[in-house]
Design a protein around this ligand. Sequence first.
Ligand SMILES: [Zn+2]
Length: 97
Amino acid sequence: MSEWTQEKREDIVKRLHDKGVNRPCPRCGSDKFSLVDGFAVFGMVDKLEDEGVRNLIPSVCVACNQCGFLTFHALGPLGLLPKEPPQPQQDQQIVVE
Ligand SMILES: [Zn+2]
């Protein structure tokens, strides 16, 4: 995995601050955190037996520097989700009667 640039890291940290993410660690009370390079992706299933995932939730990960407690923030509310990829061409005609 290529490391994130300082600019990208600062952008993400700013977005977290703008959302009011500024509380101390809920486990140890430390106020020192580090943004972890890379995205964590959660795969959602309807049932545990499902072999495929229904939805993927990409997120950024913040680690407490003192105890290692991890928190994850989904990209959507931070405005970091890429635009919808173009849909494949389909012959769709919607007839309104
Ligand atoms: Zn902690």
